[in-house]
Structures are given as structure tokens and as C-alpha cells.
Ligand binder design. Structure first.
Ligand SMILES: *Cc1c(COP(=O)(O)O)cnc(C)c1O
Length: 426
């Protein structure tokens, strides 16, 4: 077969784009070369419907070992008893959990998308809002923190079967214990979606959801820094309280329902090349090097937040406990959409984001979200955050001045040479 130079040229261009720019998208990271090597391996050729030791195809002896290693390492990271490493993405993990627990039309309670929640937590444009009956809690106007009183009032009113905890754009830690008390009062299960902060939780730098939340989902490619994918976890197994019985009339264990909800419930064959890559990244997470990385992420985020505050940027909740921050740009007279567009011109990538109580649409928005996982992987330290914030500020303060923006871009391209990305690749 002829080499597809058209696509490989694009891959090389993408590598150069990643090398030259400052990556501030909070959900992105740079995975290791060995993780990428596994993703591009022969394991992609293997069908392995089922689970290790219980497959519907022959020849699975080797992928069984690799998938089992992924499961065992993940259990070790979080000190838990159940892990499913097959979900193709974070959204797929959430779909499987809701399928395992709920009947169509059942009430669910999640964080409002415009307040930092995720599409899969009940948004009307997502399966979660179409198949189930979605309700939302939010954050408080005065301080931007989760409104736990509102969560409790809503839970008592609507009696959700699941309370979904977790966010895509919330810079503070969660009070999982308090949410569990509410859930117990109303007979709900708690699902924590730690897609964003999982790598920080893995190293004990944030509250752990595992003691208080029945089921925990995550992506593997954000702060966990692995291949693109999803996972489902439980500290310990329990009987499904909503009474679905197996064919013999026994109450099913949640582990069994979750496995069935992933396959055959929502997926076919697992991506064994990705699962091998997950296993590698989980091994990396168990190392001391990753502990240092996770600590550096938090230090960098706090240094960045302080530098933005100094320049009179309005961070929702006033700061950050984790790897990201959400900034309300209304006092800077620029929309999130425009900010995203002009930052890209200077080779700074970030995303526009609604802020709580936003008066602009999701397409325009008043805010922008910044995160440090990717630049921390590049090797940046606290002292580099000032350059990053100065660059962002110069662009946003001169959004219509192409010359200034080009100067910032040139400075950034030169600056990024100190932080080589995949030097092994040509
Ligand atoms: C990113 C994210 C997801 C979805 O992950 P995908 O892999 O993009 O499907 C789910 N939940 C939360 C909270 C997220 O931030």
C-alpha cells in the first residue's frame, strides 16, 4: 500500500503546532511516547468482546494479560476493588453507569452545564437529558461555590435516583461526604465524574470521592495523562438498590451491572490497543515522578491564578484548588468567543466557556477557561506562569492590533523552545 503522505503531512503539522504553542485547554495534556507507541500497536487488530478470561473470541490470551494489568494498576492507584477499563471515552463511561442504574424517565440531578457541569450530566442535547428526567443544581452567585443547600433542597423535591457530582469548569474541591448524606436521605446513588481532577485525586492532593460516592467515572486523557479513553470504578461492590434481578431472581451486584452496561450494553469490542496504553499510563501514575507532576500542576495553577488576579482578571470563586480556572471577562470588555479567537492567533490555545449566570449564549460566552496540565507536562514551573499570563493579557488587551499579537506569537514560539516536546520525533 502506498504511504498516505497527505495524512502524515497533517500529523507532522499538528506536531509542530503542539510544539510551538502554549496549550491552556484544561482538558488536554501530552501523553508519553510509550503510551502513543501502544496506541499505534498491533493490539488494534484484536477483537476481544467480553472481559479477561470470559471472551467471545479466540486468541485473547495476551490481550487478557494486558487488560488485567490495566485493571490491577488502576485498582492500586485509587485503592479500590472494582475497575472497568473498557469505556471508549468519558461520555461512554457515564452512559454505561446511567444505563446500569436507571430506567428511561428516571429523575437525575447534576450540576448545570452553564455552571461548570458536563453534557453527560443531563443536558437536553445529550442522551442523559433525553433518556432520563434531568434536574440541576448550581453554584452560588456571591462566591461561585457549589450551592450544597440548593442541591439538598432539589434532591428532597425531585427524589433523583442518581446525584451526579463533578464538573468540567469548576476550580474548587468537592464536599463528597455532605452530598452522600443528602443521597442517603432521599435514597439516591452518588456518581462522581472525576474526568478533570482524577490525576490530582490519584496522588491524594484533593478530597477522595471513593469513600462517599457509590460509583466513580473518569476520562484517562486529562490530568491522568494517558490515552484518550474512559474508566469506571468503585471502592466496593454493592447490591443494586433499584431491584433489577438476574434471571434466577437474585439481586444483581453493581459490578455485574456495570460490566454488562459497558459490554454489551453500550459498546462492542474493546479497544485493546488503548487499554494497553491505559495500562502503561497507570504504571506511570504509580511512580514518584507523577507525584511531583501532580504537585507542580497545583502550584502552577495557583501561580497562574495569582498573576491573573494581579492584573484584575475576575476568577470565578477567586482562585483554584486544582488544575484550572474559569475567568469572567466582562470587566475586560471582550467575549469568550473573541478571546479564544485572538489567543489562537498568538499560538495560545484555550476555550471559551460560559460563566455562572452568564448573559451571553453558549456560542459567545462571557468567559474563558485556562488549565495548566499540558504546560506542566512541557516542564513549566511557577516562575514561568508570569510570562504566560503576560502573553494572554497582552493579546486580550490588544485584541484588534494584529502587530502586537504577531509580536506576542513570535515571543511565545521562541519561549517554547526551552520546553522540548517529543524530541525523539523528527
Ligand atoms: C471531559 C469530560 C467528560 C467526557 O469525556 P470524553 O472523553 O470527551 O467523552 C465527561 N465528564 C466530564 C466532567 C468531563 O470533563
Amino acid at each position: 500500500m502506498q504511504r498516505d503522505t497527505l495524512i502524515f503531512d497533517l500529523i507532522n503539522k499538528e506536531l509542530e503546532r503542539q510544539r510551538h504553542g502554549i496549550e491552556l485547554i484544561a482538558s488536554e495534556n501530552f501523553t508519553s511516547l510509550q503510551v502513543m507507541e501502544a496506541m499505534g500497536s498491533v493490539m488494534t487488530n484484536k477483537y476481544a468482546e467480553g472481559y479477561p478470561g470470559k471472551r467471545y473470541y479466540g486468541g485473547c490470551e495476551i490481550v487478557d494479560q494486558s487488560e488485567q494489568l490495566a485493571i490491577d494498576r488502576l485498582k492500586q492507584i485509587f485503592n479500590i476493588n472494582y475497575a472497568n477499563v473498557q469505556p471508549h471515552s468519558g461520555a461512554q463511561a457515564n452512559a454505561a453507569v446511567l444505563l446500569a442504574i436507571l430506567q428511561p424517565g428516571d429523575p437525575i440531578l447534576g450540576l448545570d452545564l452553564s455552571m461548570g457541569g458536563h453534557l453527560t450530566h443531563g443536558s437536553p442535547v445529550n442522551f442523559s437529558g433525553k433518556l432520563y428526567q434531568p434536574h440541576f443544581y448550581g453554584v452560588k452567585k456571591e462566591d461561585g461555590l457549589i450551592d450544597y443547600d440548593m442541591l439538598e433542597t432539589k434532591a428532597k423535591e425531585i427524589k433523583p435516583k442518581v446525584i451526579i457530582v463533578g464538573a468540567s469548569a469548576y476550580s474548587r474541591d468537592w464536599e463528597y461526604e455532605r452530598i452522600r448524606k443528602v443521597a442517603d436521605d432521599v435514597g439516591a446513588l452518588v456518581m462522581a465524574d472525576i474526568a478533570h481532577p482524577a490525576g490530582l485525586i490519584a496522588k491524594g492532593l484533593l478530597n477522595s470521592p471513593f469513600d462517599h460516592c457509590h460509583i466513580v467515572t473518569s476520562t484517562t486523557h486529562k490530568t491522568l495523562r494517558g490515552p484518550r479513553g474512559g474508566i469506571i470504578m468503585m471502592k466496593s461492590d454493592f447490591e443494586n438498590p433499584f431491584g433489577q434481578k438476574d434471571p434466577k431472581g437474585n439481586v444483581r451486584m453493581m459490578s455485574n451491572l456495570l460490566d454488562l452496561a459497558v459490554f454489551p450494553g453500550t459498546q462492542g469490542g474493546p479497544l485493546e490497543h488503548i487499554i494497553a496504553a491505559k495500562a502503561i499510563s497507570f504504571g506511570e501514575i504509580l511512580s514518584d515522578e507523577f507525584t511531583n507532576y501532580a504537585k507542580q500542576v497545583i502550584s502552577n495553577a495557583q501561580a497562574m491564578a495569582a498573576a491573573f488576579v494581579e492584573k484584575n482578571y475576575q476568577i470565578i470563586s477567586g482562585g483554584t484548588d486544582n488544575h484550572l480556572m474559569l475567568i469572567d471577562l466582562r470587566n475586560k470588555n471582550i467575549s469568550g468567543k473573541k478571546a479564544e479567537q485572538v489567543l489562537v492567533k498568538a499560538d495560545i490555545t484555550a476555550n471559551k466557556n460560559m460563566v455562572p449566570f452568564d448573559d451571553k449564549s453558549a456560542f459567545v460566552t462571557s468567559g474563558v477557561r485556562f488549565g495548566v496540565p499540558a504546560i506542566t507536562t512541557r516542564g513549566m514551573k511557577e516562575e514561568n506562569m508570569r510570562f504566560v499570563v503576560d502573553s494572554v493579557d497582552k493579546v486580550l488587551s490588544n485584541a484588534d492590533d494584529e502587530k502586537i499579537i504577531m509580536n506576542v506569537k513570535n515571543d511565545i514560539n521562541a519561549f517554547m523552545k526551552q520546553f522540548p516536546l517529543y524530541p525523539e520525533l523528527r
